[in-house]
Design a protein around this ligand. Structure first.
Ligand code: HEC
Ligand code: HEC
Ligand code: HEC
Ligand code: HEC
Ligand code: HEC
Length: 165
């Protein structure tokens, strides 16, 4: 936090964030298991069936393997991908998914607050239900947050998203 406070000081003077996060990209990382949102959402599954947004509502969370095994103990058990999935489940380990949308821990962000304010998953994550593989396709940099706060007349002061100095 001391480092950030110093950064904040510098940035306030310059009125510009110091460095840019990775830009939006349509290139999806290679995941350990090729899970397809498109295939699974076409079956009528709901986002919050897997991304449960537990209290206090900051995180959406990535589902544990036991959620998958609800179906995959019997579905597609001949697939090598499903065999890999069940070996993670048997060992009680999470699949080491590569994260797509992630912001530094010094930024306050709450899914619950945004969903309650009427924001849709797709606004910040793109048309997930049409994607075989997810990539970071929207701007979740500070600039991206600010643009939407400006449009919605939401608070834009530094302390709203960062620890007060
Ligand atoms: C509601 C039941 C259900 C749940 C829950 C579910 N799946 Fe599936 N999954 C299916 C069905 C049915 C298919 C076959 C779809 C097809 O071939 O079109 C499938 C296909 C797959 C495949 C492709 C297998 C292959 O080689 O063709 C993968 C990988 C997969 N699921 C991973 C997962 C993971 C990871 C989870 C948990 C996050 C999960 N599934 C949760 C029903 C489910
Ligand atoms: C059957 C379970 C399941 C359902 C239903 C589901 N997801 Fe996912 N989701 C996953 C899994 C597994 C991952 C991790 C693998 C990946 O990134 O594709 C994931 C990853 C994500 C990520 C990237 C997280 C990150 O930062 O790494 C987003 C965003 C997301 N899902 C949004 C959605 C939305 C929006 C819906 C509804 C339209 C949805 N998901 C429905 C299982 C599910
Ligand atoms: C206002 C923009 C916004 C909206 C709306 C939004 N997200 Fe996110 N999402 C983010 C940001 C930013 C992150 C990175 C959070 C972090 O790293 O702490 C994220 C992370 C995630 C993750 C990764 C796991 C986690 O909890 O960090 C999943 C899964 C996810 N979102 C799913 C969803 C789903 C499902 C919805 C709709 C119910 C949704 N998001 C709505 C911005 C949004
Ligand atoms: C889709 C538009 C949109 C995007 C994108 C967005 N926000 Fe927001 N944000 C809002 C709105 C609207 C509110 C609600 C304001 C209110 O309730 O008065 C809000 C509220 C907040 C709050 C207060 C939450 C609370 O607990 O009361 C924080 C902190 C915040 N946003 C941080 C962020 C960060 C960080 C990002 C980028 C990663 C971001 N926002 C991206 C629209 C957005
Ligand atoms: C709406 C939320 C929001 C507000 C308001 C906000 N920030 Fe940020 N800020 C972010 C996010 C998100 C990041 C992380 C970007 C990333 O690295 O992905 C960030 C990152 C930063 C960084 C680190 C930059 C870097 O690359 O290391 C500094 C410094 C910073 N903000 C300063 C400020 C200052 C000064 C203000 C007030 C003028 C401010 N922020 C207001 C969301 C916000």
């Amino acid at each position: 936090m001391i480092a950030l406070a110093a950064l904040l000081g510098l940035t306030l003077a310059a009125q510009e964030p110091a460095a840019a996060p990775p830009p939006p990209t349509l290139k999806a990382p290679q995941q350990p298991i090729p899970y397809s949102h498109k295939k699974h959402l076409a079956m009528g599954l709901k986002c919050q069936g897997c991304h449960t947004n537990p209290d206090p509502g900051e995180m959406m969370g990535i589902p544990e393997t036991k959620v998958c095994m609800g179906c995959h103990t019997s579905v597609k058990t001949d697939s090598p991908h499903i065999q890999k999935l069940s070996s993670f489940a048997k060992e009680g380990r999470d699949v080491p998914w590569i994260r797509i949308y992630q912001i530094p821990s010094y930024v306050f962000f709450s899914h619950k607050a945004h969903v309650e304010a009427g924001a849709k998953c797709e606004t910040c994550h793109g048309p997930v239900a049409q994607r075989e593989a997810l990539a970071r396709e929207t701007d979740i940099s500070m600039g991206g947050c600010m643009d939407c706060h400006r449009r919605n007349k939401a608070n834009m002061s530094c302390n709203y998203c960062h620890e007060p100095r």
